[in-house]
Design a protein around this ligand. Structure first.
Ligand code: PEP
Length: 248
């Protein structure tokens, strides 16, 4: 089977104000423009407040736009929430869902995440569904059990394969500077494909958690890794591009 097109995603989390965000997005877009034609996909997920401005700045460039979380409904009396359709209006193509900072920081269950995935896919977004074990679960040897449970429960029954990306993000690796060995990432990615069953070979499976320009080459040397989801290192244009380039 031909290699799946790789994908690099920058998750800016709650970082970036209007000016700094625009400068960062423009610097990344310039590097992507200079490297055209790209043989991989590149997506920035800024804070929702910057989506419109950054979307304007990215128009006509190869860099795509995504959101970091959304509601299950397209409209309604939900103070403070944002709907999938709203992100689509702003030119978003991707949506991160089930990030551990949502699961553990906001008590989101896999059942809720599955509803979000369904709504976001229906709105036309490609959903990046995050799964990963905590340090305690790793220590207890229950990684595979956790991954299987989270993945099965976080996907809706009518999942659209073409709009699905899975990100393996061990919670203990996020923002800690500690990434797993590439062979351990491969083991989990293979398991994710097994759980996905017949769609497993076509769905892109990313790795996320302390990816840096220094370790990206080693991680992306693995055919099983279809790209990376990058947090902290995506806040520096040169560093993020150095990672992105390894997706070629
Ligand atoms: C993330 O939050 O998705 C992430 C991968 O963060 P970091 O790269 O900072 O570990």
């Amino acid at each position: 089977m031909a290699r799946r097109r790789r994908l690099v995603v920058g998750n800016w989390k709650m970082y970036g104000r209007l000016t700094s965000g625009l400068v960062l997005a423009q610097d990344i877009a310039e590097q992507a423009e200079a490297a055209r034609p790209l043989n991989f996909d590149i997506v920035l997920c800024p804070p929702a407040t910057l989506t419109w401005a950054i979307g304007e700045a990215l128009l006509g460039t190869p860099v795509m736009l995504g959101g970091q979380d959304c509601h299950t409904a397209n409209h309604g009396a939900y103070t403070g929430d944002l709907s999938p359709a709203m992100f689509v209006d702003l030119g978003c193509r991707y949506m991160i869902l089930g990030h551990s900072e949502r699961r553990y920081g906001h008590g989101e269950t896999s059942e809720l995440i599955a509803k979000k995935v369904e709504a976001a896919q229906l709105a036309g977004l490609t959903t990046i569904v995050c799964v990963g074990e905590t340090a305690e679960e790793l220590k207890a040897g229950s990684t595979s059990e956790i991954i299987e449970k989270q993945l099965r429960e976080s996907l809706p029954k009518k999942v659209k394969t073409a709009n699905l990306v899975v990100a393996y993000e061990p919670v203990w690796a996020i923002g800690t500077g500690q990434a797993p060995e590439p062979e351990d990432v491969v083991t989990v990615h293979k398991q994710i494909r097994e759980v996905l069953g017949e769609i497993g070979e076509t769905v892109r499976v990313l790795y996320g958690g302390s990816v840096t320009p220094a370790n990206a080459e080693k991680i992306l040397a693995e055919e099983e890794v279809d790209g990376v989801l990058v947090g902290s290192a995506s806040l520096n244009a040169d560093g993020f591009w150095a990672i992105a380039e390894k997706c070629q």
